[in-house]
Design a binder for this molecule. Structure first.
Ligand SMILES: Nc1ncnc2c1ncn2[C@@H]1O[C@H](COP(=O)(O)OP(=O)(O)OP(=O)(O)O)[C@@H](O)[C@H]1O
Ligand SMILES: CC(C)(CO)[C@@H](O)C(=O)[O-]
Ligand code: BAL
Length: 289
C-alpha cells in the first residue's frame, strides 16, 4: 500500500493505473477505522484492481457545536487496518490540500437531504455532498463503496452522482455490528461503560419495529413499538425513530402503497456523549386475499 497526501499525486497514480487497464475501487472515510470500514475495503478489493481508501475529517460537514476537534484519530492503526483489508492506496490529504481557499461552491441535494438527519444537522449533507463531489473528481472513474449504517448519506450520494453524471458507480454495503447488535461506528469510542451497555437499545428498538411490521402493524404502531423499547432505556435520549420509504426517505403514514415491498426503519439517539444512528430494513406483508 502506498500513502499519498496530494491531489496531484493521487490523480497521476490513478490515471497511470487506469491507462494500464486497472480498475479502481474507492472507500471514502473519516478514519479511526473499524470492521465496518474493513468490510467496505474488502468489497472494493473483490471488485477492483486498485483500492483507494481516503482518510479526511471533513470540516464542512460538522456544525460549529459538533465534535470536529475531538473526532477520534489513529493513523498508525488505520494504515494497518486498511492494508490488511486490501487497500493499495491510502489518501490522507490535509485540510489545506482539500480546501486551499474557503469554498465558494457547495453541492446540496434537495429532497433526500431534508428529513431525519437533515432536520437535526441542517448543514451536514451539503458538507458531505461537497467533499464527496471533490473526492469523486479527484479519484475519477471508479466504483465507490459506502456503508448502509449511514443510510441517508447513501441516498444523498447516489442522487448527487446521478444528477451530476459522475463516472462513479455507488455501491452500498450492509452494516457491520458488534455481537450485541450495536452498529460499529467511530463515535462508539465516546461511550463510557454504562452508555456502551445501553447503546444496543437503539438496534433493539429498530428490530422491535421490524417485528411489528412483519406481524401486520401500521407505521404508527411500528413507531410506538420502537419508542417503547427506547423509553425503557433511561440513558437513551431519542432524536427520531421512523418508518420511511427506502428511496425517498419520506415518513410513511400508511403501508397501502408498500404492500409486499421494502421499507426502512431509521433511528437516532443521544446515548451519553455521542449521538448514534442506525437503520434496518423490513418488508410489509402483502395484502391478505
Ligand atoms: N458499521 C458499519 N458497517 C458498514 N459500513 C460502515 C459502518 N460504519 C461506518 N461505515 C461506513 O464507512 C464509511 C466511512 O464512515 P466514517 O468514517 O464516518 O465512519 P463512522 O464509523 O460512520 O463514523 P461516525 O461514528 O463518525 O459516524 C461510510 O460509508 C460509512 O457508512
Ligand atoms: C462520506 C464521508 C467520508 C464524507 O466525508 C463521511 O461522511 C463518512 O465517513 O461517512
Ligand atoms: N459517518 C457520518 C459522518 C458524520 O457523521 O459526519
Amino acid at each position: 500500500m502506498i500513502e499519498l497526501t496530494t491531489v496531484a499525486e493521487l490523480r497521476a497514480h490513478l490515471d497511470a493505473a487506469r491507462a494500464r487497464g486497472r480498475s479502481v475501487g474507492f472507500v471514502p472515510t473519516m478514519g479511526y477505522l473499524h470492521e465496518g470500514h474493513a468490510s467496505l475495503v474488502r468489497a472494493a478489493a473483490r471488485d477492483a484492481d486498485d483500492v483507494v481508501v481516503s482518510i479526511f475529517v471533513n470540516p464542512l460537514q460538522f456544525a460549529p457545536h459538533e465534535d470536529l476537534d475531538a473526532y477520534p484519530r489513529d493513523l498508525d492503526r488505520d494504515r494497518q487496518l486498511a492494508a490488511d483489508a486490501g487497500a493499495t492506496v491510502l489518501f490522507v490529504p490535509g485540510v489545506e490540500e482539500m480546501y486551499p481557499e474557503p469554498v465558494a461552491t457547495t453541492v446540496s441535494v434537495a429532497g433526500v437531504s431534508a428529513p431525519l438527519e437533515g432536520e437535526s444537522r441542517p448543514t451536514h449533507f451539503a458538507g458531505v455532498a461537497t467533499v464527496v463531489a471533490k473526492l469523486f473528481n479527484i479519484v475519477g472513474p471508479c466504483r465507490a463503496y459506502f456503508g448502509e449504517k449511514d443510510f441517508q448519506q447513501v441516498a444523498v450520494v447516489r442522487r448527487m452522482a446521478a444528477d451530476l453524471s459522475f463516472p462513479v458507480e455507488v455501491v452500498a454495503e450492509p452494516t457491520v455490528r458488534e455481537d450485541d447488535g450495536l452498529a460499529m461506528s467511530s463515535r462508539n469510542a465516546y461511550l463510557d461503560d454504562a452508555h456502551r451497555t445501553a447503546a444496543p437499545a437503539l438496534h433493539r428498538a429498530l428490530a422491535a419495529g421490524a417485528e411489528a411490521i412483519a406481524g401486520g402493524s401500521s407505521p404508527d404502531e411500528a413507531r410506538a413499538a420502537m419508542h417503547a423499547v427506547l423509553a425503557a432505556e433511561p440513558l437513551a435520549e431519542v432524536d427520531y425513530l421512523d418508518v420511511v420509504d427506502p428511496t425517498s426517505l419520506e415518513s410513511l403514514q400508511s403501508f397501502e402503497a408498500h404492500r409486499g415491498r421494502a421499507v426502512r426503519l431509521v433511528g437516532a439517539a443521544r446515548i451519553g456523549q455521542p449521538r448514534l444512528i442506525d437503520n434496518i430494513g423490513a418488508t410489509v406483508p402483502a395484502a391478505a386475499d
